[in-house]
Design a binder for this molecule. Structure first.
Ligand code: ZN
Ligand code: ZN
Length: 347
């Protein structure tokens, strides 16, 4: 089969690889129908994620058809149409029993396209298939479902739930990429009074406006903090969501959070940041970090099916899987290409 393979920082190739085979009885082999590229894949290619070994097939999002199941898989059969979770989990260990699937003690967690081969391929092996795949209801648009593998649960769990957004809150989302926009779409479940989106890319900010942002702030001149403070009557925001993974954006969150507020970090950080405890220690701030657990996938899937959540708007580009290198170029030049999510189809 053909797959997108990581060959160390800055290096990747679309090349021939052996088809995956069943290893454990709880595995399934899924033929990918649609997949996508994540900001995390760009972090991997920059060398920010040292757990990814050279030779790894990237990708942790996708939809497909079950082609083989191991002897202990009971929830899925050959031919089933499935959504792949970016988090693989046994569902049985102590951490899984508390819903912290991202830290599954049986060897699960975020392993796809990280510790094991991922979804940017014609086929993928899914460990713990019973607990890591979701059946797809008939008639749902496949492209939309790809948004449920990672970005919607991540924006919702790590941003909205960890940030404890309440009705009437002022919310700032620092970073208007796909993850920031997923946080924006799902923040609206809780009717915050205002949502301010900060970015340096006008295209992303216009998308944020279309998705329901109350205010947009272009930080190209580095004045985001002053503008957010002015928009909130110098009070700051109840919830500051960091959706980039850089020291500068984390600093903005620290500067704009109001007393009693939450800073919810989503971004993948490749370097340390400064924590301004000298200013925050007395301000009753809650700072959260989290890897998505995908505990909200079923709920989000129902919301999408019911039309309450419309993530189609996140998809800006479509390519056949064979053009995955072109898709990477497009996605990594998001500003010039006006790209949000790119869909890759394995015909
Ligand atoms: Zn991702
Ligand atoms: Zn587990």
């Amino acid at each position: 089969m053909r797959a997108l393979v990581y060959h160390g920082p800055g290096k990747k190739a679309f090349e021939e690889r052996p088809d995956p085979v069943l290893v454990d009885a709880s595995d399934a082999i899924v033929r990918i129908t649609r997949t996508t590229i994540c900001g995390t894949d760009l972090h991997i290619l920059k060398g920010d994620v040292p757990t990814v070994a050279e030779g790894r097939i990237l990708g942790h999002e996708g939809v497909g058809i079950v082609e083989q199941v191991g002897g202990s898989v009971t929830n899925f059969a050959v031919g089933d149409h499935v959504l792949i979770s970016c988090i693989s989990s046994c569902g049985r260990c102590a951490n899984c029993r508390t819903g912290m699937y991202s830290h599954c003690e049986s060897g699960g967690g975020w392993i796809l396209g990280n510790l094991i081969d991922g979804t940017q391929a014609e086929r993928v092996r899914i460990p713990f298939a019973d607990h890591s795949l979701y059946p797809i209801p008939a008639g749902v648009d496949e492209e939309v479902l790809v948004m449920l593998s990672d970005i919607l649960p991540t924006g919702f769990e790590c941003g909205v739930l960890s940030g404890a957004i309440k009705p009437g809150d002022s919310v700032a989302i620092v970073g208007g990429g796909p993850i920031g926009l997923a946080a924006l779409l799902t923040a609206r479940f809780y009717s915050p009074a205002e949502i301010i989106v900060v970015d340096v890319d006008d295209n992303r900010l216009e998308a944020a406006k279309r998705f329901g942002a109350t205010w947009i702030v272009n930080n190209s001149d580095g004045q985001a903090v002053e503008r957010v403070m002015a928009l909130t009557g110098n009070r700051g925001v109840d919830v500051a969501i960091e959706a980039i993974g850089q020291a500068a954006t984390f600093d903005i969150c620290q500067a704009i959070v109001t007393a009693g507020g939450h800073i919810a970090n989503i971004g993948v950080h490749g370097k340390p940041v400064q924590l301004n405890l000298d200013k925050l220690w007395s301000h009753n701030i809650t700072l959260t970090t989290r890897l998505v657990d995908t505990v909200s996938t079923r709920m989000l899937l129902k919301s999408v099916v019911a039309g309450k959540l419309q993530p189609t708007q996140l998809i800006t580009h479509r390519f056949p899987l064979a053009q995955v290198l072109k898709a990477y170029d497009t996605f990594s030049q998001a500003k010039e290409e006006r790209a949000l999510k790119v869909i890759l189809t394995n015909e």
